[in-house]
Write a protein that binds this ligand. Structure first.
Ligand SMILES: [Zn+2]
Length: 463
């Protein structure tokens, strides 16, 4: 049985809609606009991806099967420029930063998506769709380029809440030879000197940016589908154009809920210098645990802007410390049991209710922290029954799962402590107690600390 109905805010209609499988099966299909791989991933990008990862986790917790697709834009002006600057191929650039993106995805304890398609592997799908759009009168070719006719589409501007006239005024419209209307946008771009190109019915060229998402969402999710996600900076032109194309292609509304995640802002003046430099996820992960990063992101409602500052980091560090402390106390306490006084199900109900109301991970975290405080005082006062302990453990696990935390990663062995262990081990070796010395070496290796014996001396390093 379901634990309740999830409502999510749909940017297009401005309503909170009940999430339900459109086909009447048990599957929620979700498409998320992924990274353009021309540089190292940034905390700002991962605000979006962590949000959707937790949403997938919530949907699974609620009992749905989830098919979620995250595309990788591996061909784009920025990638080509970067490749030209460095004198390498666009593939070298896109592969390098795709690898970075996937590594970070894994480190952050993100669930593997159903598919992570790369745009250049779906050029044939894009060409098929463009051909149909031309045939149906939504697109036209001009001198090796193909454009989408915005005037033919219904409801253009609904996602970004703009009128077409405002769009023309406010947006630096890309010029193009043979374009009939200012707002028309490229589906296919004629090849230029020094750029990668593919064969097509309109001559050699490459796809426009927006068509890739129509192609890959159609390929994997067979629209209409339930949820389309991305950062709020993608509302216009990307999502507006993507919607126009996909709707024209399938002849109906392709997406039930358009979700947008607020951006992350650096509170620069408040940031210490060292932290101000930690912008790439690669650097951040050297300094902070995945748990901390995830909780920073999820401690603000996803639609709001998140102000990233030293204070924010400290605040969330404290929250995490409190949770882990009580988690450990609960583990130590689990074999005991006294008279109970906690209504844990009430906390669970309120916790889930916040998540069900437009995925409010911030309010749900507040409820969870009130549970943590109460739990700690119940443990300290020995007022927790065995049944309560089991139920509290379960709620901890539910929280951990939905927020994607591990509780594992912050306890790093202190250097002084390692040196002490190394010293004790050297002493054991001198006395030829090799079995115990080897055991210590093996156990440390499991913790990511490698010992190397150089004659009498032993050095160590972290991996
Ligand atoms: Zn997209």
């Amino acid at each position: 049985m379901r634990k309740g109905e999830l409502r999510l805010y749909d940017t297009r209609t401005g309503e909170k809609k009940v999430v339900k499988p459109l086909r009447g099966d048990n599957i929620i299909r979700m498409y998320i606009c992924g990274p353009t791989v021309y540089d190292y991933s940034h905390i700002g990008h991962f605000k979006t991806f962590i949000t959707y990862d937790s949403l997938v986790r919530l949907l699974k917790y609620l009992g749905y099967d989830v098919i979620h697709v995250v595309n990788i834009t591996d061909i784009d002006d920025k990638i080509i420029n970067r490749a030209n600057e460095e004198g390498v191929s666009y593939r070298d650039i896109s592969e390098k930063y795709t690898e970075d993106f996937l590594e970070i995805w894994k480190k952050l304890n993100m669930l593997p998506p159903y598919a992570l398609p790369r745009a250049t592997y779906h050029i044939h799908d894009m060409i098929d769709i463009i051909e149909k759009l031309i045939k149906d009168g939504y697109a036209y070719s001009a001198d090796g380029n193909v454009y989408f006719s915005v005037s033919k589409s219904m409801g253009y501007g609904e996602i970004s809440k703009q009128k077409i006239e405002e769009l023309i005024r406010g947006y630096r419209v890309e010029e193009g030879p043979g374009k009939r209307d200012k707002l028309d946008f490229a589906l296919w771009k004629k090849s230029k000197e020094g750029e990668p190109s593919w064969k097509s019915p309109w001559g050699d060229g490459r796809p426009g940016w927006h068509i890739e998402c129509t192609a890959m969402s159609s390929r994997f999710l067979d629209p209409p589908f339930e949820i389309h996600g991305g950062g709020e900076d993608l509302k216009f032109p990307h999502h507006e154009n993507e919607r126009a194309q996909t709707n024209a292609y399938i002849g109906g509304e392709a997406v039930y809920i358009w979700m947008h995640v607020g951006i992350l802002k650096f509170a620069k003046e408040k940031m210490s210098k060292s932290l101000g430099n930690i912008i790439t996820m690669k650097e951040m992960l050297k300094e902070f645990s995945p748990d901390l990063i995830r909780l920073i992101i999820l401690s603000t409602h996803y639609r709001k802007q998140l102000e990233y500052s030293d204070e924010k980091i400290e605040e969330v560090k404290n929250i995490l410390r409190r949770i882990k402390r009580v988690h450990k106390k609960l583990m130590d306490y689990r074999d005991y049991g006294y008279g109970g006084e906690m209504d844990i199900d009430d906390y669970r109900m309120r916790f889930i209710a916040e998540l069900l109301d437009d995925f409010n991970t911030a309010s749900a975290l507040n409820v969870f922290m009130s549970f943590i405080d109460k739990l700690e005082s119940s443990i300290d006062n020995k007022k927790l029954s065995k049944e309560d302990v089991t139920n509290a453990m379960a709620l901890m696990e539910e929280f951990k799962y939905i927020y994607g935390l591990t509780f594992e990663d912050e306890a790093k062995l202190d250097d002084e402590l390692i040196e002490l262990i190394v010293e004790v081990r050297s002493e054991l070796r001198k006395r030829k107690i090799y079995e115990v010395a080897d055991m210590i070496r093996d156990r440390l290796k499991e913790m990511g600390i490698v010992l190397e014996d150089m004659g009498e001396k032993t050095i160590y390093y972290r991996v």
